[in-house]
Design a protein around this ligand. Structure first.
Ligand code: 5RP
Length: 223
């Protein structure tokens, strides 16, 4: 089975977690894209979606799925379905490989349940092998990089086509490599408290409630 087959299998399994007649949160990335394509098959059974990135909003709209502005939703969102770059057995995640971490964290915080969909290669014992993304206000990236290096990692400005990668919110991203994240909730708090940081891609204080992991033996459910 290819990695794409595994992503498709969890995307299909995630459709079972979509409640009828509600607005749901939709994540960003290649696994989330498989989910969006599956969601299109049942689009008449939901009220609509909230998107965690411009790319996701465009893909949803291309399928004729309604996308709401979060400001127009006054109830909590029953489920948020998204991928991850790494996930631990307790549901803590590294996210932001696609650069959408801030909007992802906002929608996750507005949702009752976070359903993480990933192939089983994303399950780790200790978070940190995948470089930890941090969205930063552009004027502060050198300052924040020095502070992150002092925590024991190596922070690098994310580039795209030789230029700084710019997020949907107009900010830049530092990717921290070389971390072994023994206490994810504590590190999330420390980095979020740095002036100039918009969001750290650690989702530990609000981790996944359910993780659907694609494996050659089928979809494994971690709750
Ligand atoms: C985007 C994300 C993605 O969920 C994460 O990068 C996983 O992506 P993929 O499903 O392509 O492996 O956090 O910001």
């Amino acid at each position: 089975m290819s990695q794409d087959d595994l992503k498709l299998s969890v995307a299909r399994a995630a459709v079972n977690y979509v409640p009828e007649g509600k607005i749901i949160g939709v994540g960003t990335g290649s696994t989330a894209n498989f989910f969006i394509d599956e969601l299109a098959r049942i689009k008449d059974r939901i009220a609509g979606t909230v998107a965690s990135s411009k790319a996701t909003a465009e893909r949803l709209v291309s399928h004729g799925i309604r996308v709401f502005d979060l400001n127009d939703i006054h109830d909590s969102i029953p489920v948020y379905i998204d991928g991850a770059d790494e996930i631990s057995g307790t549901g803590a995640m590294i996210k932001g490989g696609g650069g959408a971490l801030t909007r992802e964290k906002i929608i996750a915080s507005a949702s009752d349940r976070f359903i993480c969909i990933a192939d089983e290669s994303k399950l780790v014992t200790t978070l940190g092998k995948f470089p930890l993304p941090v969205e930063v206000i552009p004027m502060a990236h050198e300052l924040i990089a020095r502070k992150l290096d002092a925590l024991g990692g190596q922070a690098r400005l994310r580039l795209k086509d030789g230029k700084p990668f710019i997020t949907d919110n107009g900010n830049v991203i530092l990717d921290i490599s070389g971390l072994q994240i023994a206490r994810p909730e504590e590190l999330e708090r420390i980095i979020n408290n740095m002036a100039g940081v918009v969001t750290v891609g650690l989702f530990a204080q609000r981790g996944a409630n359910v993780c659907l992991l694609g494996s050659p033996d089928g979809v494994k459910v971690l709750e």
